[in-house]
Design a protein around this ligand. Structure first.
Ligand code: PGA
Length: 246
């Protein structure tokens, strides 16, 4: 696979245009440190139009193309605001009520409008029985059902829910990440065909920090990361990007 990809998910951490511009330009100033790594940023919707020169995306997207849906932001609106991708199925959105069905519809809406869908999957708990594998498989099957033709720019982010928003110590170990990434790729091959599946970048997310990024990238079999809290601290994010240089 070509370049590694790191996506910064700013969640609701960055609130004002001033703060957003400051963070984005600090990242740009240090751009040399991450030459060769693709960087995408997902700020809140309100900040999309003011950030330029970086690949931007929505943290979510409406399943609807338009019309009477108060509070929703459509894929077309995201594009008009400068986005090239949209995260779908993030566990925080799923916890707020997005069903598997909604995630499927959001993915189709994003892909149909020409945005790269970044599909998040991940188990709530990790069980010794291995039940988490069937959980992840069901999420992938449901989200990608019938959408094979729309997945040309698909990215999958594996984010075990229990490991999100903690510290590097609580994150997943590289061997477990690798095992799961292999499983995800096999499942993608069943859904999309082997050739397509090999092309899909699989990222890991869940407490990626400068302390664990190098090992996760070396031994976790991932093509990059989806980073939350560490993506809004310039030095931490730059360290993570450095770990991803080939
Ligand atoms: P975290 O968040 O890096 O703060 O764990 C990752 C995510 O939720 O995308």
């Amino acid at each position: 696979m070509k370049k590694r990809l790191v996506i910064g998910n700013w969640k609701m951490y960055i609130e004002s245009p001033e703060e957003a511009k400051k963070l984005a330009s600090a990242l740009k100033r240090k751009a040399a440190s991450y030459a060769g790594v693709e960087v995408w940023l997902a700020p809140s919707f309100t900040l999309l139009p003011i950030l330029k020169g970086t690949k931007l995306g929505g943290q979510s997207v409406s399943a609807h193309a338009g019309g009477a849906h108060t509070g929703d932001v459509s894929a077309k609106m995201l594009k008009a605001a400068g986005a090239t991708f949209a995260i779908v199925g993030h566990s925080e959105r799923r916890a707020a009520g997005d069903s598997d069905e909604a995630v499927h519809a959001q993915l189709a809406a994003a892909a149909g409008a020409g945005l790269a869908p970044v599909l998040c999957v991940g188990e709530l708990v990790r069980e010794a029985s291995g039940a988490h594998f069937s959980f992840i498989e069901a999420q992938l099957m449901s989200a990608l059902r019938g959408a094979q033709s729309l997945t040309a720019r698909l990215v999958v982010a594996y984010e075990p829910v229990w490991a999100i928003g903690k510290t590097a110590q609580d994150a997943m170990q590289p061997a477990e990440v690798e095992e799961t990434v292999i499983f995800i790729r096999k499942t993608l091959a069943q859904i999309l065909g082997r050739k397509e599946a090999l092309r899909v970048p699989i990222l890991y997310g869940g407490s990626v920090e400068p302390d664990n990024a190098p090992k996760l990238v070396a031994d976790g079999g991932v093509n990059g990361f989806l980073v939350g809290h560490a993506s809004v601290e310039v030095d931490s994010f730059i360290e993570i990007l450095k770990a991803c240089r080939k």
